[in-house]
Design a protein. Structure first.
Length: 566
């Protein structure tokens, strides 16, 4: 059912009234909050100063000695006495602490309490292990004051925990405010006490009754709200009358036209018909400004719709180009396994999952000659198309240079110098490159800032290889790399990867890290090459869950099956 039409004047009156009342409430609340926190800051400053002065009057040496004595006695209380802190035997256990100096110190705290109108003041220390607050000197009324060593449990609802004490003592603004049936509203402050070596002894704490302050604050707020509600109601009525005469009629014309504009046939691309321009409103005020704004808006909408149609078409073309780029990149990587069907001496399997349509990771495995297999895995800085283009260049340069011969360090040295030529964008690539001698099983590797490889022995032993890393390629010409040597026996495998594996991140922001990755590899060390990579990827997915993939994830495993025959 269609709702009843409401006069714009009524709407204006109600709107002004509601907005004004809301503003008053917000201002009133802000004033109350500001007044409250200003007063709390004043309480914080004054109570901290008073407690600090009181502690200074006690004397640093006495404060340290009474804390030490109380703590030592408290920690040595027999178990049968510790169960009832109010028993005569328990209190007598601490009797040696209560001497003339103790009573003088307590008198100082009592004087401080009375002079500053505190509800209470005491020296305490927290027992975190047993969840207690232990009293050293209590300046409360003598009949109700706690003796040295007596304690209260922090599990009680009205007792601050050590964490809350630390929070209040470490802040220049915070007080702990609570309410009790007997004392009403109480604000509690803490200051830390340290010994001569700067070690923490405990707290000086005081309570201030702020019930009267709360009542005055609430009374002022109520009076403020009532007065301004009357003023606002009168002003809202006067303003709504003026709005009817000056605003409502022109707005009605705009509203009717806007309704027609909304109901127009949006499927027809007709930019010649303009709705608002035909109104010709000439009121020489904000309504005329609104009219011109709506006219311009209509023109802008028409123009924006044209641009959206053009952008949609362009986005479709870009998506097609990105898909083509991804296919081209994929075609450059070895993806048909086994890579060398006629070679029984070794087996290679690899996978790459880009974070975007096209990524910066790549891998390669190719024969330099009949007896030497070159292995490459690399990670280009950045993501997307720029990283993909630099990846194509890097992969091509590495393979062409490796074909010319040399050790891995020599190959990376020349590749680095080539990539530095004209590298104005300062892109770089981390590379792990190794040459496997198929005749002897000797693996020579060089690592240009890449991740540490893992050797999986046939007997099940796994080794994370942490050799010295050289500088990444493409940053500085003339940088040298080092060769490192390992021997693979028949059945041994080497597993290499990019940083997308150890840096896989879950929804909580925690990374997989190298040590967890290594445990996953060891867990699946008996899997065949294809299953190994699938299970590692599955465990990574279980770790990250629904978190988005921020980096390319590339893995390659190479198994040295048997020595090459002469």
């Amino acid at each position: 059912m269609k709702s009843k039409r409401v006069s714009l004047q009524v709407v204006a009156f109600n709107s002004i009234l509601i907005m004004s009342l809301t503003l008053i409430l917000v201002i009133g609340a802000a004033t109350l909050v500001n007044n409250f926190f200003s007063t709390m800051r004043s309480y914080k400053r004054e109570t901290a100063h008073a407690m600090g002065y009181a502690v200074s009057l006690l004397g640093a040496s006495y404060v340290e000695s009474v804390y030490t004595a109380t703590r030592n006695k408290y920690n040595s209380v027999p178990k049968e006495l510790d169960e009832d802190e109010f028993s005569g035997d328990y209190i007598s256990y601490f009797a040696e602490i209560i001497d003339d100096d103790f009573w003088n110190a307590r008198d100082i705290l009592v004087l401080c309490k009375e002079k500053n109108q505190f509800a209470s003041i005491a020296l305490i220390f927290p027992d975190v292990e047993r969840e207690r607050v232990v009293f050293v000197i209590d300046g409360y009324d003598i009949e109700s004051a706690y003796s040295p060593g007596q304690y209260i449990s922090t599990q009680q609802a009205d007792v601050d925990t050590p964490k809350e004490m630390e929070k209040v003592a470490s802040s220049n603004l915070i007080l702990h405010v609570g309410h009790g049936d007997v004392n009403g509203w109480i604000a509690t402050n803490y200051i830390k006490i340290f010994d001569s070596n700067g070690s923490f002894l405990g707290y000086c704490t005081c309570d201030v009754n702020i019930t009267d302050f709360f009542y005055r604050l609430i009374g002022s707020a109520i009076a403020y709200i009532i007065i301004f509600m009357v003023v606002v109601a009168f002003m809202a009525y006067k303003i709504s009358r003026m709005m009817k005469r000056r605003i409502i009629s022109p707005i009605n014309r705009l509203a009717v036209t806007a309704e027609e504009y909304i109901k127009r046939d949006k499927t027809v691309e007709d930019d010649t018909k303009l709705f608002f321009e035909e109104l010709k409103i000439d009121t020489n005020d904000e309504i005329e400004t609104l009219y011109h704004a709506l006219t311009e808006m209509e023109l802008d909408i028409n123009s924006t719709m044209r641009r959206i149609r053009e952008m949609t078409a362009e986005k479709e073309r870009t998506a097609a180009e990105m898909d083509l780029a991804a296919r081209i990149q994929s075609s450059m990587l070895p993806t048909v396994f086994p890579l060398f069907p006629g070679k029984e001496e070794f087996d290679v399997f690899a996978s790459m999952d880009p974070a975007k349509e096209v990524g910066g990771d790549f891998y390669d495995a190719f024969l330099i000659d009949d007896e030497h297999l070159c292995l490459v895995i690399a990670d280009v800085s950045g993501k997307g198309v720029p990283a993909s283009l630099f990846m194509v260049v890097s992969k091509t340069v590495i393979k062409n240079r490796a074909k010319l011969g040399g050790t891995p360090s020599q190959i990376l040295y020349d590749v680095n110098n080539t990539l530095n030529e004209g590298n104005k964008t300062m892109m770089f690539v981390t590379v792990w490159l190794a040459i496997l001698d198929l005749k002897t099983g000797e693996l020579t590797e060089a690592n240009a800032g890449h991740e540490n490889p893992v050797i999986i022995r046939k007997n099940g032993e796994c080794e994370l290889i942490k050799n010295e890393h050289g500088l990444v390629l493409g940053v500085m010409s003339g940088t040298e790399q080092k060769d490192f040597y390992h021997t693979l026996s028949e059945g041994d495998r080497i597993f290499v990867y990019t940083d997308g594996l150890p840096e896989a991140t879950n929804e909580e922001g925690s990374r997989l890290e190298e040590h967890r990755m290594f445990e996953i590899i060891k867990e699946h060390r008996d899997d065949d090459n294809v299953t190994l990579l699938k299970n590692i990827r599955s465990d990574v997915d279980d770790f990250v869950k629904d978190a988005p993939q921020y980096d390319d994830l590339t893995m390659m495993v190479v198994e040295y099956k048997t020595k090459i025959c002469n």
